[in-house]
Design a protein around this ligand. Structure first.
Ligand code: GUN
Ligand code: ZN
Length: 426
């Protein structure tokens, strides 16, 4: 058993933040050998039971759940900041040409290694990431994640049309490769596989149908794709799939909406789409820095909450501009202001934080397993230094409530706030 004494942030089942200014976090390997939270709470209440446990004293630090990035592209590390008029020219002029490089395993390995280090430096302990259409790009990322025992879900991108030579795959082989990669990687340690059609316009109906068949055959495997991001993209989907009611319905028509299906963006939904997200159990990956950078639009939080579908925050690097969960939460706040009622506030700081930790875990179907520091959760956490910069020190010292403290870190924070990222062993 191990214990850490510091300020402690965690979430109750209803999503409210619980905070202990002088807290204790106790961890130990569970029956399967994985480091797990045994107890968490006020030091004064836990010291009688756990006073004998070897304790690391982290005075002035704050322990919080590791962040969950619900949608990111590891091959787009070097695409960050590529200027374009919008999504489609950005894909054509920067992203597809860049992703061709991942045909080389040594190149993919180098980027995957950098990517995993960058996640950890930013306090991200679980990520759902795209790879490229090259199966070796998947092997490279899983290998690196496994080395660090990082919880990582990825998959080979399926894109058998409207894609240039070098990233376009071959329909039948793409499905054979996906099946083989699922069997090789899904459930190995902390790794999970995601069936990954890039988005409806770049897959034939045969490929989408095959992806849906695999999803039915492997119900615990994840699905990830993009939907309703950009107006030109949406018009294109309506031309390509005239029989489907909406862009989102295309995925439903091919069996690709279910629990453990995570769709990035979900901006331009109508009420029927929102109801379909809820009834299917699919979740949205809200990617505000990407949506602002590419001028895609604004996610409707109130609409999502009213429909009751799950969503969580995501960087969407390289359409997104930062690995830092603090930057993503701040952008989510700005986007929330767009939809606010006249007298209402944007999203509360503790809600933003929940959507990037326990709420994102719930959206992945991993609620109670990761993204929180309640007993039974895997012991992935960050050690935050609220005095990491002079301005942070000044601002956090003046916080009069938990929301003020969290908001100071969301607004002023970046990788400097992360003193250490602790990944559960085993
Ligand atoms: N739609 C299809 N591919 C992509 C991608 O790589 N990034 C984003 N943001 N949207 C997409
Ligand atoms: Zn994306």
């Amino acid at each position: 058993m191990k214990a850490y004494r510091a300020a402690l942030l965690r979430f109750s089942d209803d999503g409210r933040a619980q905070y202990d200014a002088d807290g204790l976090l106790v961890t130990a390997p569970n029956a399967a050998g994985r480091e797990t939270v045994v107890a968490a709470g006020a030091h004064s209440q836990l010291q009688a039971d756990y006073g004998q446990v070897a304790t690391e004293h982290l005075t002035g630090r704050l322990l919080a759940p590791g962040f969950v990035d619900l949608h990111i592209h590891y091959p787009q590390v070097d695409v960050i900041g590529a200027p374009a008029a919008g999504l489609l020219p950005w894909l054509e002029n920067y992203t597809f040409p860049h992703e061709k490089r991942f045909v080389r395993h040594d190149y993919a390995e180098e980027v995957a290694s950098f990517f995993v280090a960058e996640l950890l430096r930013n306090g991200v302990t679980t990520a759902l990431s795209f790879a490229t259409s090259h199966p070796e790009s998947v092997n490279a990322l899983f290998t690196q994640a496994h080395k660090h025992n990082l919880r990582l879900i990825t998959g080979k991108v399926l894109q058998d049309r409207h894609s240039p030579d070098g990233v376009r795959d071959e329909t039948e082989q793409s499905l054979i490769d996906t099946d083989a990669l699922i069997q090789r990687w899904h459930g190995q340690g902390r790794l999970g596989y995601a069936i990954t059609p890039r988005f409806a316009p770049t897959s034939t109906e045969v490929q989408l149908r095959g992806a849906g068949e695999l999803a039915a055959r492997y119900p615990d495997v994840w699905i990830q794709s993009h939907v309703e991001e950009n107006k030109d993209e949406i018009a294109w989907v309506h031309d390509l799939f005239p029989k489907s009611r909406s862009y989102l319905s295309v995925y439903d028509d091919f069996g690709l909406l279910r629990r453990r299906a995570v769709y990035a963006h979900c901006i331009h939904f109508d009420d029927a789409d929102r109801a379909l997200m809820h009834s299917s159990g699919a979740a949205a990956a809200v990617s505000p820095t990407s949506n602002l950078f590419l001028g895609s639009g604004f996610f409707d939080y109130a609409g999502a909450d009213a429909a009751g579908f799950a969503y969580g925050l995501a960087s969407d690097v390289g359409g997104g501009t930062s690995f830092s969960p603090f930057h993503t939460m701040l952008a989510a706040y700005y986007v929330g202001r767009e939809g606010q009622t006249k007298q209402g506030l944007s999203i509360r700081p503790q809600q933003l934080w929940w959507h990037h930790t326990a709420g994102a875990a719930k959206a992945l179907g991993l609620g109670g397993v990761i993204g929180n520091l309640q007993p039974g959760c895997e012991a992935d956490f960050v050690v935050l230094n609220p005095t990491a910069t002079p301005l942070l020190a000044r601002k956090t010292a003046q916080a009069n409530s938990l929301d003020e403290l969290l908001f100071a870190m969301i607004v002023l924070g970046d990788d400097r706030l992360i003193d250490r990222t602790v990944i559960a062993r085993g």
